[in-house]
Design a protein around this ligand. Structure first.
Ligand SMILES: [Zn+2]
Length: 318
């Protein structure tokens, strides 16, 4: 019974603490990204495909255990006024000075966090650190994908202020679960990003610009669907859950003219492009036959880290 109530809450209430792209979409995005990598990288990533895929959801899983994790998945751009994505400070330290750490954490930090993880991944490539390359690749994939979700860029993230509660799960879980098998994931090769931090801001700006239709299409449809047609009950294992009906979900899918598919394709392309950029910026190391670092090598890296702990990125790593 307890489990059942929980599921209902997850599906209908939704909150920053609960949702990201559904697990399915996150895993699919990381998986597809691997196939767009250049020859020098694809072998390595394919070899570790199960890990890269499974760990795509690790950041969401640890949100309950790590208090500061939640803020890394979203940014409520609208609390900062018009054109926030263009106006907010790009440098973390400047942003902290201007708004305070508390405020930033409360309203989300995803674009800054993408910059940080990108920096860490570049370093991991430089150090030929197999385990960190894998972990950071999988997690960077998660944060980049989250930044592509329009509802991750607004304080009205679950329609709670516009009587559209549940819209978060509808957009990023229900729709991909139903239609992603039909999505076209034929995407061109990964591209080098001249300025990965700046790209992160462009991603959230674009996602934010898509919000208008996310809300308006749902609103229009709700006027034409009765409550019992809008929702249905589905069996999930031993529980029955209330979900958006297939008919309503399909109408929303059509009304959005492929928006979820577009954003998911964009996510795949960007995730691969971030990995590729980190590898290029690290000097294109040979990763074809990487083995885990020995304890001695790890110790050496730790030593170097404490010796050279300067700069904004290192400061946030602790
Ligand atoms: Zn997330």
């Amino acid at each position: 019974m307890r489990k059942r109530v929980l599921f209902l809450l997850l599906l209908l209430v939704g909150c920053h603490e609960v949702w990201a792209w559904g697990f399915y979409a996150h895993q699919r995005i990381n998986q597809q990204a691997v196939y767009t990598l250049p020859a020098e990288m694809i072998g390595f990533y394919k070899q570790h495909l199960p890990y890269i895929t499974e760990q795509a959801v690790a950041p969401d899983k640890r949100r309950y255990a790590v208090p500061e994790e939640g803020a890394r998945h979203f940014i409520d751009l609208d609390v900062y006024g018009d054109s926030a994505a263009q106006k907010l400070p790009r440098f973390w330290e400047t942003a902290v000075k201007q708004f305070s750490l508390d405020t930033l954490q409360r309203h989300g930090i995803v674009p800054w966090h993408i910059g940080l993880v990108q920096y860490q991944l570049t370093k991991a490539f430089k150090h030929h650190d197999l385990q960190r390359i894998l972990r950071l690749s999988a997690e960077l994939g998660h944060y980049v994908a989250d930044a592509c979700v329009p509802l991750h860029t607004t304080r009205n993230y679950n329609g709670q202020f516009t009587n559209q509660r549940g819209i978060h799960g509808l957009w990023e879980s229900r729709l991909p679960e139903l239609w992603a098998p039909e999505y076209d994931f034929f995407i061109g090769p990964a591209q080098y990003l001249q300025n990965p931090s700046k790209t992160a801001w462009e991603i959230v700006a674009r996602a934010h610009a898509a919000l208008d239709s996310v809300f308006s299409v749902e609103k229009q449809l709700t006027q034409t669907f009765s409550e019992d047609k809008k929702y249905s009950l589905e069996e999930r294992g031993a529980t029955t859950v209330k979900v958006y009906s297939r008919e309503f979900s399909q109408a929303y899918h059509l009304g959005l003219h492929g928006q979820v598919e577009r954003q998911m394709r964009l996510a795949v392309h960007l995730v691969a492009s971030y990995w590729y950029t980190a590898w290029v910026d690290a000097g294109q190391p040979d990763i074809r036959n990487l083995t885990p670092l020995t304890p001695e090598q790890k110790q050496q890296l730790e030593l170097e880290k404490t010796q050279y702990q300067t700069g904004e990125h290192d400061a946030r790593e602790s």
